[in-house]
Ligand binder design. Sequence first.
Ligand code: SAH
Length: 361
Amino acid sequence: MESEIRRLIGIAGPMPIADYMRLCLTHPQYGYYLTQDSIGAAGDFITAPEISQMFGELIGLWIAAVWQEMGAPENVRVVELGPGRGTMMIDALRAAKVAKDFYAAIVLHLVEISPKLRQLQQVRFESHDVPIFWHASLAEVPAGPLIVVANEFIDALPIHQAIKQADGWHERLIDIGPDGNLAFCTAADALPHFDATLPRDLRQSPEGSIYEWRADTVAFEIARCVRSDGAALIIDYGHARAGLGETLQAVAGHTFADPLLAPGEADLTAHVDFAALALSADIIGARSHGPVSQRDFLTRLGIDKRAAALKASAPERTAEIDSALYRLTGSGPEQMGELFKVLAIADPKFGPLPGFATKRR
Ligand code: SAH
């Protein structure tokens, strides 16, 4: 991957961070998601569904409740973006099975770029009796009532970065440094009228500030699919309000790595700007709900009760269940409860969605 990146820089000059990230993660031959076993205890990072079955089960109940809100259509496309090992959907289907009419209505569509993970998903879903289709992108999913879920998918989509200098914002790029290693550099020309595209309170940012953004394409695509008879649930780590600062990070073997070292061998992600996602969805004519913290979302869906029920049926697992509950809902940078946010994007005709209702005082 590194020699391919050097070759491209040699031909075209310094490369935007977004191009670098896209190549590192999804290059058909050398990309991280196509070559590495990334997810789970033995991989590079662990995700909420891999921590506890409670996560996927509650997502399953959310999907069933939204299907009811949609008027219980006879056929519903349940779409997952980036299913990874498939754990969340397997737990969701098990929980949804109690709602027989809903279960019978499901046609599953999995959007997965990695042939390796697709294969693993095929094996893991073999024993399931719902129709399943795989796709390379959301655009391939046929039209009709649909519910989309995505956990830790958006954080892997490419970001751009700009740095504020005396004459305006300049895009940050990746070049070959004087020592021969890949290094960050700054485009010579300022991005034209960039300040005008920023949220108002970031327009007077001091020199040296860094601003990150993602292309609106995916948010627009999701919103376009769900704005009539659909809903999407997006769960990821990130911020509820736009802010400054760089969050690009590389993770390999459960520890942080240098994003420019060993490209293609580490997972590259960056915080999700939920305010930007919500704005894109609203522009397209869908309605955004939230973002709310993962803790509030899971609490409102009843994770405490679910944990209590699991402990009652398997007392020997009490410590494990309590620790998973804390990991999913706890505060602070080590836990997921506040770091992770949940946003729904839906047809504006739907009322409040489960998990997003404001708390009673
Ligand atoms: N949702 C899973 C996995 C998260 S990892 C979990 O919570 O455990 C990100 C997933 O998105 C992987 O399955 C990866 O292969 C997939 N992915 C990443 N970029 C993608 C893209 N551009 N298109 C489709 N799938 C992608």
